[in-house]
Design a protein around this ligand. Structure first.
Ligand code: AMP
Ligand code: MG
Length: 285
């Protein structure tokens, strides 16, 4: 950082590195998804403090995004994955709500179109990677190609098997070309999912979110967990490690993700470019 316009130092009372270390899947290690807590009471134990931290981080993320844009040399890609109702939309709302619409692009990946299926599976993904200066959020991602595609048998298993290494190579390529990658799996319990699906039936204003297909996917809970465990084991790399976020509590999920996004951006330390002239050289009449 240069002396002019020092980086914003938000009043952070939390230790984001400790939070990050608690949820990161270390490259080369087994993710042990089944042993990972979906609550994690000890991280952000106090709800009021978590909500304060979220507010501070969301503002600081916006300040840093402004610098990232001014600098125009790097971008941040935030990948959100999680089973139905795990809170991917809520995370976008909660964490990036201070950012103006110009600085953040959000891409939701649904069932591929005919055109998308006519290309390789990374084609649509690469096209949505944030350009220099931007923060890009993926609501679902290329990981669906080793999740739903695997669980529902939408491609031959040998094809899927090759994809883990392809994804690692793709992400390495991006990271070597100025894209910093943060991957979050929103980890909820099966009971929590039942409650959230039930809520979509019980509350009229949530009915629109209910999708009978989600019940079919819920029947395949174990298969999905196992597919998640495999991708966490195989695609947590030094250049793009996975974080498994305890997501049963929405406020804790948001606070943790905001803390890690903020910490990562602060470490990137984007700076406003220095100008070659002196402001005093000019007079506005
Ligand atoms: P939603 O996120 O609720 O709008 O649903 C999007 C749906 O698209 C989910 O059921 C995903 O499993 C599905 N989807 C996303 N990517 C793929 C893919 N590559 N192949 C097949 N289905 C996908
Ligand atoms: Mg669905």
């Amino acid at each position: 950082p240069t002396a002019h316009c020092p980086l914003p130092t938000a009043q952070m009372t939390h230790d984001w590195k400790a939070i990050d270390a608690a949820v990161r899947v270390e490259p080369g290690e087994k993710s042990k998804l089944k042993e990972r807590d979906t609550v994690c009471d000890h991280l952000f134990a106090d709800r009021d403090a978590a909500e304060e931290a979220l507010k501070d981080c969301a503002k600081a993320i916006n300040d840093l995004q402004d610098r990232l844009w001014a600098e125009r040399s790097r971008s941040l890609l935030v990948v959100l994955q999680g089973i139905d109702t795990s809170g991917k939309d809520g995370t976008v709302r909660g964490v990036f709500n201070q950012c103006g619409p110009l600085g953040v692009s959000v891409t939701a990946f649904g069932k591929p179109t005919e055109e998308e299926l006519a290309h390789d599976y990374l084609w649509r993904v690469h096209a949505a990677v944030p350009k220099k200066g931007m923060i890009g959020v993926f609501n679902r991602s290329h990981y669906e190609d080793v999740l739903v595609v695997k669980v529902r048998g939408l491609a031959p298993s040998e094809t899927i098997e090759q994809r883990y290494a392809q994804i690692n190579a793709f992400e390495k390529h991006l990271s070597e070309n100025g894209v910093v990658i943060l991957k979050f799996m929103l980890h909820i319990s099966k009971d929590e999912q039942r409650e959230r699906l039930q809520e979509r039936l019980d509350r009229p204003e949530k009915n629109w979110k209910f999708n009978a297909g989600d019940l079919e996917d819920r029947k395949l809970w174990e298969e999905y967990q196992s597919a998640y465990e495999t991708l966490l084991d195989r695609c947590s790399t030094a250049h793009a490690p996975w974080r498994v976020i305890p997501a049963d509590k929405k406020w804790r999920r948001n606070a943790m993700i905001a803390a890690i996004v903020h910490g990562t951006l602060a470490d990137m330390a984007p700076t406003y470019p220095r100008v070659s002239w002196k402001p005093t050289d000019f007079t506005v009449v």
